[in-house]
Design a protein around this ligand. Structure first.
Ligand code: MG
Length: 388
């Protein structure tokens, strides 16, 4: 993909033939310049390595939150605490195969990434059909039992052919249209033609990859919002997805979490139809500012079935992590009466984007399915991105 944000790398120090012999002072200056160039190269490599770790962390963290929340997705808080104890969900549930399962949140996130990688360029005209085609491939994994013999890419990965409570609007919106409706994308704040009243969290939980290409917050926002309309027509579904992608972009770019949240709220507030999304983001910040977070605080942020609440719970967890660390923040993001796997997934995306894969609980990462694929796709996104 051409992202159009190439940054010039540090010069290679080539010497032109026939250059006069330098004086001692010139030589000292050149040595100093060369030393500074070497330092700049080393600093840039360190920046790139840190960014790559955050991209990996974003995808791995999302899968972790998804796997942690999936077993309690439809349980009330009291029942979760009865079963898991007063500290909430602190362990993964294992499938017969021995690993903890991820769900449609992680599956669709991977297909979003595959669509972006195949789009060729980061424009809505290129991305909308490519991501739609990728989501239609995901739809096949929900309808077919195993890969076809000639399957390629993610469609060839048998572990993705699992149907674990996928969202109705995602399924129906993709079933209804073989290609993106001609009316898409509609302007922000306007109602789209696909499931026009839906603003389920399916638009948010799959949209982290829009923020992983180094496009900058405005372009990440716009592409995520446009692609949200492929399945959900309510304006808030698009705006919450856009805000999520813009926040991921800022975090992966190295912004401090609270500053990134504040900037994303300001960005979103300037857009038409953003009232619901901004109100929920501001509530998440306010409740995070109250002090040591608990499960009741999370439920006051929301339950996560709808897009803006799902994003808000993720943001609350991101801000809480400054006090609690990522492990406790993940527990908080899933231990509630709402859509635990999606809120866990979004929170995990944000935590990984902010703090990197190295900061995520390694014992949990060792126990979830799909990590090889997640890492491979993360590294392809890093290679495609041109912003360190
Ligand atoms: Mg799910």
């Amino acid at each position: 993909m051409t992202t159009g944000t190439s940054r010039t790398t540090t010069g290679t120090g080539r010497t032109a033939a026939g250059t006069p012999e330098p004086t001692r002072a010139d030589g000292a200056d050149q040595a100093e310049d060369a030393g500074q160039a070497g330092c700049a190269d080393a600093a840039e490599r360190a920046d790139q390595a840190a960014r790559a770790d955050r991209v990996r962390g974003c995808l791995l963290g999302g899968a972790l939150g998804d796997a942690l929340g999936w077993p309690v997705e439809f349980q009330r808080l009291e029942r979760i605490l009865d079963r898991h104890g007063p500290e909430g969900v602190r362990s993964l549930a294992f499938a017969p195969g021995g690993l903890a399962e991820v769900t449609d949140d992680t599956q669709m996130t991977l297909f979003t990434a595959e669509g972006l990688l195949q789009a060729g360029e980061a424009t809505s005209a290129a991305v909308l059909p490519a991501v739609h085609a990728a989501y239609r491939r995901w739809l096949r994994t929900q309808c077919e039992a195993v890969p076809q013999p000639d399957a390629t890419g993610l469609l060839a990965e048998a572990w993705l052919y699992a149907s674990r409570a996928p969202g109705n609007a995602c399924l129906s919106g993709l079933e209804a249209h073989v290609t993106p409706p001609a009316a898409l994308p509609v302007a922000l704040g306007r109602r789209g033609p696909v499931n026009p009243d839906s603003k389920g969290c399916g638009t948010v939980m799959r949209s982290a990859p829009f923020g992983l290409l180094g496009l900058g917050p405005d372009r990440a926002f716009r592409l995520a919002a446009d692609c949200a309309q492929l399945t959900h027509g309510h304006p808030t579904g698009a705006l919450a997805a856009g805000a999520f992608a813009a926040l991921v972009d800022r975090l992966v770019g190295g912004a401090e979490p609270r500053a990134a949240v504040v900037a994303t709220i300001a960005q979103t507030a300037g857009l038409p139809g953003a009232e619901e999304t901004v109100a929920d983001l501001e509530r998440a910040v306010r409740i995070a500012d109250e002090g040591v977070p608990d499960f009741d605080a999370v439920e006051r942020v929301g339950l996560g079935w709808i897009a803006e609440e799902c994003l808000a719970i993720g943001v609350h967890g991101l801000l809480a992590a400054a006090e609690t660390g990522p492990r406790r923040a993940l527990t908080l993001s899933v231990t509630h009466s709402g859509d635990s796997d999606s809120t866990g997934s979004v929170c995990g995306n944000l935590l990984g984007a902010a703090y990197g894969a190295a900061a995520l609980p390694q014992d949990w990462l060792d126990q979830i399915e799909g990590t090889e694929t997640l890492l491979r796709i993360a590294d392809l996104l890093v290679a495609t991105s041109s912003r360190p």
